[in-house]
Ligand binder design. Structure first.
Ligand SMILES: C[S@@+](CC[C@H](N)C(=O)[O-])C[C@H]1O[C@@H](n2cnc3c(N)ncnc32)[C@H](O)[C@@H]1O
Length: 392
């Protein structure tokens, strides 16, 4: 009698769950193939214009890549992957979990029944799947996004889409925080678009109450923000006037900063590290500090062609600045990822650095310090502003 083919059994179960709308997630782990830094692949069902697709998120050490496949393509990839490159998989459906393990040619499949698990929505980039569906909110009107009739204004559609995208990115990061009612500090909050959206979503949709403080040096914005928070009944959201460096962030579970200008991003990162925040997430803005040093300093002569054209100096400055930020965060015990949070059609400043404090991170400090020193030498950088803050 031929032994049961565990891979085909798993694929059959995945196909049935996909067709029946009971698929929660299929996760492949134990990768031992040739792609550097690939950690896992997460697969879910999505509905896009071309119909139902298997969406594969390839999770690398510091980034995610998403690719969508038809069923035939997906099953073929899975068949090959499970036979050759992944040692484990977990198929989660609304009814059961199937754990797959492979050790050489030996394969095991274990089924566990589950109760009360819901399948996630499969809608993709559709208006109705936006986290914020209720548009008749006082804060949306106060921030000029919704008109008198409570509908999002025509000229604010893009901004509303971006805010939803930010909520989509931040909500799971906040949900992963251990604190019962986490304290999130938004540095350089401006009008507080994200703070209102996130607070509203967490309180009313996700039911994961949080406290949010927006720190902003412009008094008028702070006064307006506080008035709107009160009018919205958001008692856990408030704004404080002052600079980032003046603000005492002790007790913050998350420190975020979106497009805080130039080194204000570093102030925010520093405050997050000093407070021991579990999550630090920043979308940097301009990169003048490092650009100035690169231009005035003595980069490695071999890089001259890379730094000859102004536009490329700008881009190199961005990469050097944010790479050093990521390394400095790692040096301080944070697992760090950098990815694009919105399309560059909306804003060229679309990188997000997400750093999560992870007690298990054990990077070789000397090796990280050497990488930092090497990058600085290569690009003629004397000191990254954040280094100065961290050195005290
Ligand atoms: C480009 S706006 C971004 C606002 C908001 N985060 C957003 O994404 O909509 C930057 C904001 O940061 C504030 N800001 C810049 N540097 C700051 C500092 N050192 N301390 C406090 N606020 C600061 C500015 O006043 C401005 O409102």
């Amino acid at each position: 009698m031929t032994p049961p083919d565990r891979i085909e059994e798993l694929l059959d179960a995945a196909r049935t769950a996909f067709a029946g709308g009971t698929l929660v997630q299929l996760k492949l782990g134990g990768y031992h193939g040739g792609e550097p830094d690939l950690k896992a692949v997460l697969i879910k069902k999505i509905n896009v214009k071309g119909g139902e697709k298997y969406s594969f998120t390839y999770r690398y050490k510091t980034r995610d890549t998403i690719k969508n496949f038809t069923e035939t393509e997906a099953l073929e990839l899975l068949r090959r992957g499970l036979a050759e490159e992944f040692r484990s998989a977990r198929l989660a459906t609304t009814e059961f979990d199937l754990m797959f393990e492979r050790n050489g040619a030996k394969m095991r499949l274990k089924r566990t029944e589950v109760d009360g698990r819901e399948a996630p929505s499969t809608e993709h980039n559709r208006t109705k799947n936006r986290p914020l569906t209720e548009t008749a909110r006082p804060w949306l009107k106060a921030l000029g996004l919704a008109g008198k009739n409570g509908a999002i204004r025509h000229d604010a559609q893009d901004k509303f889409r971006q805010i939803n995208k930010m909520v989509e990115i931040f909500a799971p990061l906040i949900a992963a925080l251990h604190a019962e009612r986490p304290l999130i500090v938004d540095m350089g909050a401006g009008k507080g678009y994200l703070d209102f959206a996130l607070y509203d979503y967490l309180a009313t949709v996700a039911r994961r109450p949080a406290r949010i403080v927006g720190v902003e040096m412009r008094e008028k914005l702070v006064a307006d923000g506080n008035a709107t928070a009160r009018a919205s009944g958001f008692d856990g959201l408030r704004f404080e006037t002052g600079t980032i460096m003046e603000y005492d962030a002790a007790g913050a579970d998350a420190v975020i900063a979106l497009h805080a200008c130039d080194t204000a991003t570093d102030d925010a990162i520093f405050k997050g590290i000093a407070a021991g925040a579990t999550l630090i997430a920043v979308a940097p803005c301009c990169h003048k500090q490092i650009r100035r040093q690169m231009t005035a300093g003595k980069p490695d002569a071999r890089f001259e062609p890379l730094l000859r054209h102004g536009i490329f100096v700008e881009r190199q400055a961005e990469m050097v600045t944010d790479t050093l930020r990521a390394l400095l965060l790692e040096l301080n015990g944070y697992r760090t990822r950098v990815f694009e949070f919105v399309s560059d059609a909306h804003t060229p400043k679309n990188n997000l650095i997400v750093a999560e404090k992870d007690g298990r991170v054990s990077r070789d400090r000397d090796a990280v310090l050497k990488q930092i020193a090497d990058i600085k030498t290569m690009f003629g950088v004397e000191q990254h502003y954040l280094e100065g803050l961290l050195e005290g």
